[in-house]
Design a protein around this ligand. Structure first.
Ligand SMILES: [Zn+2]
Ligand SMILES: [Zn+2]
Length: 129
């Protein structure tokens, strides 16, 4: 694979993540990257995602029921919300768990993961047919 081509495709994926702050799954990334570069397939997307993760630009994490999602590595601590209605992922800012009091005395908490599922604001208020 010519290095030049790979570079263009990697830049297209980088641009996708500069344009959106939502966490994205590989198929969404492919779809959005195709707006910037013509010749890109899912295998290349995966290859670029791995490279961008290795160099510290992206983070990947696996959300039960949803699969692996990718997002910029420079975000503050937050959690993820999955809307079952529109099949999109959203970031939830702020975390009450960081205020403490969640674990019993004597336990030292150093990290946590929470995944939220439901209906986003747009889908909650939108008319359903
Ligand atoms: Zn929704
Ligand atoms: Zn948290």
């Amino acid at each position: 694979v010519p290095a030049q081509r790979n570079t263009r495709q990697r830049q297209a994926i980088r641009k996708v993540f500069e344009e959106t702050s939502r966490p994205l799954r590989p198929l969404e990334i492919l779809d959005l990257a195709q707006r910037h570069v013509n010749s890109i397939g899912l295998a290349t997307v995966y290859r670029c995602l791995k490279a961008l993760t290795d160099e510290g630009f992206l983070l990947s994490l696996t959300m039960p029921e949803v699969g692996t999602l990718y997002e910029r590595a420079d975000k503050k601590h937050h959690h993820h919300f999955y809307c079952r209605a529109c099949d999109q992922l959203f970031d939830l800012e702020g975390c009450t768990l960081e205020q403490g009091g969640f674990v019993p005395p004597g336990y030292a908490l150093d990290s946590h993961e929470i995944f939220l599922y439901g209906t986003c604001a747009t889908c909650s208020t939108g008319a359903t047919s």
